[in-house]
Design a protein around this ligand. Structure first.
Ligand SMILES: *Cc1c(COP(=O)(O)O)cnc(C)c1O
Length: 221
């Protein structure tokens, strides 16, 4: 079931687009079904749940943190996290840098931007956050900014969703041609979930985060 759903999604992916299988709330058995179908990239939204799964599951899984991350939880995932999608403040970025240094590594991150109508969604508000221009990044040797992430409004209105994805794409392009220019590592646009990943790909997504289309409906978030 999980394997065949995964294959169906893979068939729809554009070349070069990374599929993050969102495994929050899913059991190790469910995750292993996807793993055995070849999936290696998984996304979680809670630090301790992700750390527990990292301990119990195969070591070649790449764990992505996709949910809101509290600063005091960074330490649980710093030793192994592959990519943090949800950096929405300089304070959080500083904490990730500190924990990464303690683990002798560089942690790749995405900047999460607020693109949705809803107030509840986290994310940076300004398309050019001041910490990127005021010299703050010079001491950040243990984080690498790989791109941007965003979540569209939860709605059936395709026009609105498309507009929001375009906004994220243009934020990405603005940074790429501006403050991040010459930085070849800055190349990811994480957008699109089960309901809207086809739209997101059309608007330039390089990473889609798909949960329920692979694992079925969630009982809780
Ligand atoms: C849960 C979640 C997803 C996946 O949602 P589905 O609708 O199950 O595909 C994607 N991104 C984030 C940030 C999430 O929290």
């Amino acid at each position: 079931m999980i394997a065949s759903r995964l294959l169906k999604i893979r068939e729809k992916l554009h070349p070069g687009v990374t599929l993050v299988a969102v495994s929050k709330t899913r059991s190790n058995e469910e995750i292993m079904q996807a793993y055995n179908a070849g999936q290696r990239v998984f996304g979680e939204n809670r630090a301790q749940e992700m750390a527990a799964k990292f301990e119990e599951l195969p070591g070649d899984i790449q764990w992505h943190m996709i949910g809101h991350l509290q600063r005091n939880k960074v330490k649980y995932i710093a030793p192994f996290v592959h990519l943090i999608h949800s950096v929405d403040s300089f304070r959080l970025l500083k904490e990730i840098n500190k924990e990464a240094a303690q683990n002798n590594r560089v942690i790749p991150v995405l900047l999460q931007f607020h693109i949705a109508r809803e107030d509840s969604k986290h994310g940076l508000q300004e398309p050019l956050p001041s910490f990127l221009t005021d010299g703050s990044m010079e001491i950040m040797k243990n984080v690498e900014i790989r791109g941007v992430m965003g979540m569209a409004t939860f709605t059936d209105d395709e026009t609105l969703i498309r507009e929001e994805f375009r906004k994220l794409r243009s934020t990405f392009e603005g940074l790429k041609q501006g403050v991040m220019s010459g930085n070849t590592a800055f190349r990811e646009i994480s957008m699109g979930m089960s309901a809207d990943f086809l739209l997101a790909q059309e608007e330039g997504s390089t990473m889609v985060r798909v949960g329920s289309d692979i694992f079925g409906e969630r009982k809780y978030t």
